[in-house]
Design a protein around this ligand. Structure first.
Ligand SMILES: Cc1cc2nc3c(=O)[nH]c(=O)nc-3n(C[C@H](O)[C@H](O)[C@H](O)COP(=O)(O)OP(=O)(O)OC[C@H]3O[C@@H](n4cnc5c(N)ncnc54)[C@H](O)[C@@H]3O)c2cc1C
Length: 377
């Protein structure tokens, strides 16, 4: 057992945190207030090689391991969740399906563009009536004259509607008992993208409803084997959970950082509030839980990197860090008192950004279902 990160992992952590602190932090509040997508920051992250961290170098990625990827997502979220989810959804949900299930031709066509950050990718699983029950997809793709004709609606899709969005991989019913995945390039006639949704948090990230009306997608865009879409999306979600769990740790760490600093500055009863034991205990609990959550996330990533079963560990990490980040933002805001309730203090944004971590990529209840199954129940 070795708890020591490698030199490369440490360097990546420092690089990403430095980028987040110096480039993201100064604009995070403004991007959130204006619900503005961070194009400039995405371009800078592309330059840093952060848009394809776990994608092999031969396809234009950084060729790093899952632990490194989790560290990068954690450090971004420590400062801003909208920027972090843009990278995480692009990588784990948008690019990974093509890397894992694409033909060599599809990989050559899409991965260099996506892993370099030139284009963004999205994954369209959720529908208005198929959320936790994602297998209940109603979108249909009928094979006709060399194309799949797609009709249906996808809901809450991240990264699909930006100016640099390149494609969305969707699940669709290609038969009554058959789900397949299709790559739909942006700009395909019949693929309509709604205006951005107004959200409680993750306001600078792009979330849309997608509508497909007789949208003809070439047969060549079928991802992997026909009818394998259900198994494919379960595998994608298992991996994606590691990055959302990393977001939980990062968000909790960010909330802790803010509370730690504020508690030294804020004076009441003639001394810094950090001198009161109640405040110290809140910070002590946060630091302890964050460390526990971090180990769960790194272990899940480590298992994945070694080709071992990781679905149970990923669901446990996702559930625990969702709950932990909820407690952490709450405790941090409490330490900020009334000032934390204003937009002047970053904790109010972190507080709003937290809730989705208990909903996206499977709700807490869905994680418990996955964990129970993993336990043999
Ligand atoms: C900002 C944002 C970004 C997102 N990005 C994407 C994306 O990029 N791609 C994508 O495909 N999806 C995306 N989603 C969708 C997200 O994954 C779903 O919202 C999530 O899976 C839950 O589905 P639902 O919202 O339909 O809730 P429901 O499934 O309707 O759940 C409602 C409640 O019922 C509970 N519930 C449901 N079934 C059970 C059960 N069997 N037992 C116990 N409780 C149950 C749930 O836990 C929840 O509390 C995003 C969502 C948001 C808000």
């Amino acid at each position: 057992m070795n708890f020591e990160p490698t030199d490369e992992q440490e360097l990546l952590r420092r690089t990403v945190y430095e980028f987040a602190r110096t480039r993201v932090a100064p604009v995070a509040q403004e991007l959130d207030r204006e619900a503005r997508f961070p194009y400039d920051l995405v371009a800078e992250m592309a330059e840093l090689g952060l848009m394809g961290i776990p994608i092999p170098e031969e396809y234009g990625g950084a060729g790093a391991d899952t632990v490194s990827y989790a560290i990068a997502i954690e450090e971004l979220t420590r400062i801003d969740s909208s920027v972090a989810i843009t990278v995480a959804a692009h990588t784990s949900l948008g690019t990974m399906p093509i890397y894992l299930f694409g033909s060599e031709e599809q990989k050559q066509e899409w991965l260099p563009r996506l892993a370099s950050g030139e284009g963004l990718a999205a994954f369209g699983l959720t529908e208005p009536d198929a959320g936790s029950d994602a297998g209940a997809t109603r979108t249909r793709a009928e094979q006709r004259d060399g194309s799949f004709i797609v009709n249906g609606t996808k809901m809450f899709i991240t990264n699909a509607g930006t100016e640099i969005s390149a494609c969305v991989t969707i699940t669709a019913r290609t038969g009554d008992d058959e789900i397949s995945n299709l790559i739909v390039p942006n700009g395909t006639p019949g693929y309509e993208i709604s205006p951005p949704l107004h959200k409680l948090g993750w306001r600078a990230s792009d979330t849309r409803e997608l509508v497909f009306k007789d949208c003809a997608v070439p047969e060549a865009n079928l991802l992997g084997r026909r009818g394998h879409g259900f198994a494919q999306f379960l595998e994608i979600l298992d991996g994606g959970r590691i990055s959302v769990a990393a977001m939980g740790v990062g968000l909790a760490q960010g909330a802790y950082d803010l509370a730690f600093a504020y508690a030294q500055e804020r004076q009441q009863f003639g001394k810094p509030i950090a001198r009161f034991q109640a405040v110290q205990f809140a910070l002590a609990d946060m630091a302890t839980e964050i460390e526990a959550g971090r180990q769960l996330v790194y272990r899940a990533a480590w298992l994945k990197d070694r080709g071992k079963p990781f679905a149970l560990a990923a669901a446990q990490a996702k559930l625990y860090t969702g709950l932990l980040s909820n407690r952490a933002v709450n405790a941090s805001l409490q330490i900020h008192g009334g000032y934390g309730f204003t937009d002047e203090f970053a904790i109010s944004r972190l507080y709003r950004d937290q809730k989705i971590l208990e909903i996206g990529e499977g709700t807490n209840e869905v994680q418990r279902m996955v964990i129970a199954k993993g336990l043999g129940l």
